[in-house]
Design a protein around this ligand. Structure first.
Ligand code: PAF
Length: 282
């Protein structure tokens, strides 16, 4: 497995693979990899001849006051995880390789799909995500790209972007990977103190509650959301950013459990903002 830092090195390698008739899977990441990323890389390795993992903390998707500088980084550890999971190439560029001096083109998406849920408190986030993911798609030209369902809104946004901009790439959403006690795996879990780590379990408990209400036939999405909120509010260290039921594809708010429903939440545990969700098909 190779680690490269420049766009031209990636292009050269991928061209060689394509000339040999090999398929290529891409797993875009911001590094500090965990079991969730590993499951994406393993799936990509099972479904493609070659796998590229991008490992880049993308500055354009962080707002002012967010954790760009403190975001955890460890390329040596990431390389071991990638190798074990079956990756062939890690693309680990510096910011000035991805964003050349004078860069002023961004990929923006309007509407509820980006303004609802995380878009309300992170207004520039999805513009940064769409921009960097488009760039990665143009650099790697993969046949398939893999994203986690934990970032369900991001997955919906990427699918929309691929459709709107005619990228010839199959987008594959992969299930949320959880710790044994239920906490969804996230690079940001490392910010939590022991006490906060315990308090963070309230997110997955709310997911279990909401899912079981939906499975028992509750059709009123507001009732499900309210019960989940009440459960989270019982945890003194938790502060809700949002708990909402939306259409899983368009991210438009819904009041009835109908079709493909995403029930998503963002909750601060101390200073750390965590997300979790479930999708219910009815
Ligand atoms: O999900 C992430 O880690 C990032 O948003 C992504 C897709 C790698 C873009 O920087």
């Amino acid at each position: 497995m190779k680690i490269v830092k420049t766009v031209s090195e990636v292009r050269q390698q991928v061209k060689e693979w394509k000339r040999a008739g090999l398929s290529v899977g891409l797993v875009p990441t911001m590094g500090f990899l965990h079991e969730g990323h590993k499951s994406l890389i393993e799936r990509a390795a099972a479904e493609n001849d070659k796998v590229v993992v991008s490992d880049f903390v993308n500055p354009t998707q962080f707002g002012a006051g967010e954790d760009l500088d403190s975001y955890p980084r460890d390329i040596e550890r990431d390389a071991i995880i990638c190798q074990d999971a079956g990756a062939d190439l890690i693309f680990h560029p510096e910011a000035d390789e991805m964003y050349k001096k004078g860069a002023c083109t961004m990929v923006d998406m309007t509407g509820e799909i980006t303004s609802e849920l995380c878009g309300k408190t992170r207004p520039i986030h999805f513009r940064g995500v769409c921009t960097v993911v488009s760039k990665l798609f143009n650099i790697v030209c993969p046949d398939r790209a893999y994203f986690g369902q934990k970032d369900a809104q991001q997955l919906a946004v990427i699918k929309r972007m691929v459709c709107d901009l005619n990228f010839d790439i199959e987008i594959i959403g992969c299930p949320i990977i959880r710790e044994e006690d239920g906490l969804a795996k996230s690079s940001r879990n490392t910010y939590l103190s022991d006490e906060e780590r315990q308090a963070a379990l309230v997110l997955s408990k709310a997911v279990i509650l909401g899912k079981s209400m939906a499975e028992s036939g509750e059709k009123d999405a507001c009732k499900i959301v309210n019960e989940m909120k009440q459960l989270i509010e019982k945890e003194p260290m938790a502060k809700i950013d949002y708990v909402k039921a939306v259409n899983a594809e368009t991210i438009s708010p819904i009041s009835e459990m109908n079709g493909s429903v995403l029930v998503a939440m963002a909750v601060y545990i101390g200073k750390t903002r965590l997300i979790d969700n479930f999708i219910y098909e009815c």
